[in-house]
Design a protein around this ligand. Structure first.
Ligand SMILES: Cc1cc2nc3c(=O)[nH]c(=O)nc-3n(C[C@H](O)[C@H](O)[C@H](O)COP(=O)(O)OP(=O)(O)OC[C@H]3O[C@@H](n4cnc5c(N)ncnc54)[C@H](O)[C@@H]3O)c2cc1C
Length: 501
């Protein structure tokens, strides 16, 4: 069965015509031929070039958050794989730094090192083809919402990120956490093959049998290796009578120790069906002074089966409880990760994240971080939009994948925590904001008694060591660098959690 949605609109064609209409080679002040006159003619008619002369560069480079963001002089909105090839070759010819951008949620500070670059926007590559053998081929610009929606129409699903507006490939290339990971592993564990434009503009296929080292590196450190134009992944039948029960609690801060204590108590026994999120944040309609704890349980099954796991959390004095049932595609909306939710808006905000994987909840550290979070946002009202997340997706199938079979180093964890320090750009708050995030993370790390800190590459702030992000086995970073030298010797893909050559 083939499902596709063509995004080629008349307006794109017209815009592209104007972007390429110059036949003479126009040179810039520095003697380099203008991108329109040199690159334009070799792009497809649907591709669009945006720069300071034509098009809206600010709009075309808008990102989810603005702290330490890259800056671009040009954008090429590609319409097919060959547009990517030509754009990469053009950028190489004039040593212009480039970055592939899909949904624009990349947060890591290393992105800010890219100045006056060329953005290769892949958002139009959204084609999704469902094959008969429980696989699907997915364009490099599809979003999580595209995947969930299109697969659902075919009664299928796969592991993709939980947030609808985020790209599918961005998360996958670093691992990719999602609601179904307990059943099937991370999004990267679904990858069967990928078509990749390498740094020198050649196209290769990466799979177990073709460029296997690249295939290994793509799954965990993929942002460093190339531009994925399409990926073929495993997909699964939606189980018969599939239903998710959810129960959302709001607590005041003094319940946090009981909630975390209960999570620790059940952590070894919880079934794959059980997932949970806790978030510290302000909701002035309920409490104008203090932060609150929002705690959600998702259970893949009916309320009757969930009750054994959910009931204890009703005893910790919640000030609000809401519950209901949902289908799989509704989960993002229910957890505040829907396309229309605040989290999906590209606003002019700094959002700085300090992630850490933990193998247990420490109730004391939970309370300490809550109190510190609450005090800091009271002392600095500009930071009041900050959040602190504790994501407890189930991990059974994640752990069952051999640790050396992909570049993903962290599979044995119970919870992924991350403060997301949020504020309108204000230089006087920068140092305070960064200390805030660092202190929250260190409090959790110290309480965990873990010798080493482990960080999810896709949430990393960019202050972490390579080992912290890519793993402490001595061979792991060594192998990544070796493969990097083979596939990108000039280090052209060096903006997202760079490995270096
Ligand atoms: C609101 C929010 C929710 C999130 N939810 C989840 C989640 O549920 N699960 C999870 O695992 N992560 C999640 N993340 C983190 C997410 O994995 C990263 O932010 C990811 O990089 C975003 O990809 P993007 O396409 O949205 O952003 P972009 O900024 O467009 O891409 C990020 C980077 O990915 C690379 N990239 C993107 N597309 C391609 C491609 N086709 N080929 C090669 N490289 C590519 C580029 O290096 C780019 O800089 C979330 C982040 C945010 C901000």
């Amino acid at each position: 069965m083939t499902i596709s949605h063509s995004l080629v609109s008349l307006s794109l064609v017209i815009a592209s015509y104007f972007s390429q209409s110059s036949a003479t080679v126009i040179r810039r002040d520095d003697g380099v031929p203008s991108i329109r006159s040199e690159l334009g003619p070799v792009l497809s008619p649907e591709a669009i070039i945006v720069d300071s002369e034509r098009g809206n560069l600010t709009e075309a480079t808008k990102r989810w958050q603005v702290f330490a963001s890259p800056s671009f002089d040009y954008v090429v909105q590609v319409a097919n794989e060959n547009d990517i090839v030509e754009t990469v070759k053009y950028a190489n010819r004039y040593s212009i730094p480039f970055l592939v951008v899909n949904a624009g949620h990349g947060e890591i500070k290393s992105l800010g090192g890219l100045k006056k670059g060329l953005q290769i926007t892949v958002r139009s590559l959204k084609k999704i083809t469902v094959h008969d053998n429980n696989t699907a081929t997915i364009g490099g610009g599809a979003s999580n919402l595209d995947i969930t929606t299109e697969l659902w129409k075919a009664n299928k699903q796969t592991v993709s990120g939980t947030c609808e507006c985020v790209g599918f490939l961005g998360p996958l290339l670093g691992g990719g956490h999602g609601f179904l990971q307990g059943y099937h592993g991370l999004a990267a564990d679904q990858l069967i093959s990928a078509r990749v434009v390498l740094a020198n503009g050649t196209i290769v296929t990466a799979s177990d049998t073709s460029n296997p080292k690249l295939f290994w590196a793509l799954r965990g450190a993929g942002h460093n290796f190339g531009i994925v134009t399409e990926a073929t992944v495993k997909i699964y039948d939606v189980p018969k009578d599939d239903i998710w029960y959810y129960e959302n609690f709001i607590y005041q801060g003094d319940s946090i120790e009981a909630v975390f204590g209960q999570l620790n108590k059940i952590k070894r026994d919880t079934p794959v069906q059980f997932e949970h999120y806790a978030v510290f944040g302000r909701l002035p309609q309920i409490d104008p002074v203090n932060a609150l704890v929002f705690f959600s349980i998702l259970y893949n099954g009916p309320a009757s089966a969930a009750d054994k796991w959910v009931a204890p959390f009703r005893q910790f004095s919640p000030i609000d409880i809401q519950n209901g049932t949902a289908t799989y595609p509704q989960l993002s909306g229910i957890t505040g990760n829907g396309i229309n939710d605040a989290i999906c808006q590209h606003e002019n905000l700094n959002r700085i994240r300090y992630p850490i994987y933990l193998d247990r909840f420490d109730p004391g550290a939970g309370k300490a971080t809550f109190d510190y979070f609450n005090k800091t946002i009271s002392d600095h009202p500009g930071l009041a939009g900050s959040l602190m997340l504790f994501e407890g997706l189930s991990t059974q199938a994640v752990k069952s994948v051999r640790l050396d079979s992909t570049a993903i180093p962290h599979r044995d964890y119970f919870v992924l925590s991350s403060p997301v320090v949020t504020y309108a750009p204000d230089a006087s708050l920068d140092a305070i904001a960064e200390d805030f995030g660092r202190n929250l993370r260190m409090t959790l790390h110290n309480a965990s008694k873990a010798e080493k800190m482990h960080t999810y590459v896709n949430y990393a702030v960019g202050e972490e060591s390579l080992e912290n992000i890519y793993g402490y086995n001595s061979w792991r970073v060594h192998d990544l660098k070796k493969h990097k030298r083979a596939y990108d010797p000039q280090d052209r893909f060096r903006w997202y959690a760079p490995i270096g050559v």
